[in-house]
Design a protein around this ligand. Structure first.
Ligand SMILES: Cc1cc2nc3c(=O)[nH]c(=O)nc-3n(C[C@H](O)[C@H](O)[C@H](O)COP(=O)(O)OP(=O)(O)OC[C@H]3O[C@@H](n4cnc5c(N)ncnc54)[C@H](O)[C@@H]3O)c2cc1C
Length: 264
């Protein structure tokens, strides 16, 4: 659907295309480097991680000292998540138990414990055949908050073991709700902050990007580097589809105005 809309609007688009650098010249953007290929651009809108856009893709040399000092002092990454995917054996079925089950064994609200490696709070999403027409299979996805730093430094063996532990602990916790869960489970897999970092490019797997203080720096990019815009996640209401409606449209309008301005 997006591809059709882009093509109809006269856009060229590419997938599997990693923007490696945003090149600037005389205080303005001039090109992006995509998979080693330089493409000239008067304006660049980044929907990726804000810290990575500033420090990695553009580079500190293009920004004023005050901007960078404030940025490094104030901008905080959001937390990340872990997920455990549980495929139920063909032919087995789950009794209706709701689509979302929120569960916590923590005796009281504790913001630190919510994202701690020793998991006490989980949300289970239960997928029934009725909500996936064309299949007769059941799946459960357990979601947990997590912090990238608890997963980043693990060596390969320790990382594999930690993922295994996450899966086993989840099955144990789920057996409270579904006593036969181990007998009816066909396959399991786990995703961690490292998985989300790998596929989205958000440092620490911070799929919600940064917290809200980053918005002023995100909006301040064009004043630092002409033609540089950011519309990625800076706080939850600037994230995902909601972010596209809120912030994406505002930023697209600014980029368009910039491009319609006098050529430089
Ligand atoms: C496990 C999990 C569960 C979640 N559950 C929910 C939920 O229930 N409800 C909810 O509202 N949100 C949820 N979220 C968060 C939601 O996924 C994010 O808020 C949303 O995807 C952010 O959208 P975005 O477009 O800002 O960024 P992203 O979805 O991260 O999109 C950025 C895109 O830019 C690409 N990109 C980055 N850098 C580059 C580069 N250099 N070159 C080319 N491409 C690049 C990435 O590959 C990615 O496709 C969840 C996230 C996770 C990880």
């Amino acid at each position: 659907m997006m591809a059709a809309a882009l093509t109809a609007g006269g856009a060229d688009w590419e997938t599997n295309a990693c923007v490696e650098r945003i090149l600037t010249d005389g205080g303005r953007v001039r090109a992006v480097v995509v998979n080693g290929r330089e493409i000239g651009a008067r304006a660049v809108v980044s929907n990726g991680s804000l810290p990575r856009t500033v420090h990695g893709l553009v580079g500190d040399g293009a920004f004023g000292r005050d901007f960078l000092d404030g940025f490094d002092r104030e901008v905080r990454l959001s937390n990340s998540s872990c997920q455990v995917y549980i495929g139920i054996k063909p032919g087995e079925r789950l009794e209706p138990m709701g689509d979302l089950i929120f569960s916590s064994t923590c005796p009281e609200y504790d913001a630190d414990a919510i994202a701690a490696p020793h998991v006490t709070s989980r949300t289970y999403s239960v997928y029934y055949p009725s909500i996936r027409p064309g299949t007769d299979q059941y799946t459960i996805v357990a979601s947990m908050n997590a912090r990238g730093k608890d997963w980043d430094g693990l060596a390969p063996d320790a990382y594999r073991a930690a993922k295994r532990r996450l899966i086993e602990d989840t099955l144990d916790a789920l057996s409270v709700h579904i006593p036969r869960i181990r007998q009816i489970t066909d396959c399991t897999e786990a995703a961690t902050p490292r998985t989300f970092a790998r596929y989205t490019g958000h440092p620490g797997g911070a799929s919600f990007g940064t917290k809200f203080e980053a918005l002023k720096y995100s909006m301040g990019l064009p004043a630092q580097v002409g033609g540089l815009f950011h519309t990625g996640s800076t706080g939850i209401i600037m994230s995902g589809w909601l972010g596209s409606m809120n912030y994406g449209i505002i930023t697209a309008n600014q980029a368009e105005k910039y491009l319609e301005g006098p050529p430089v």
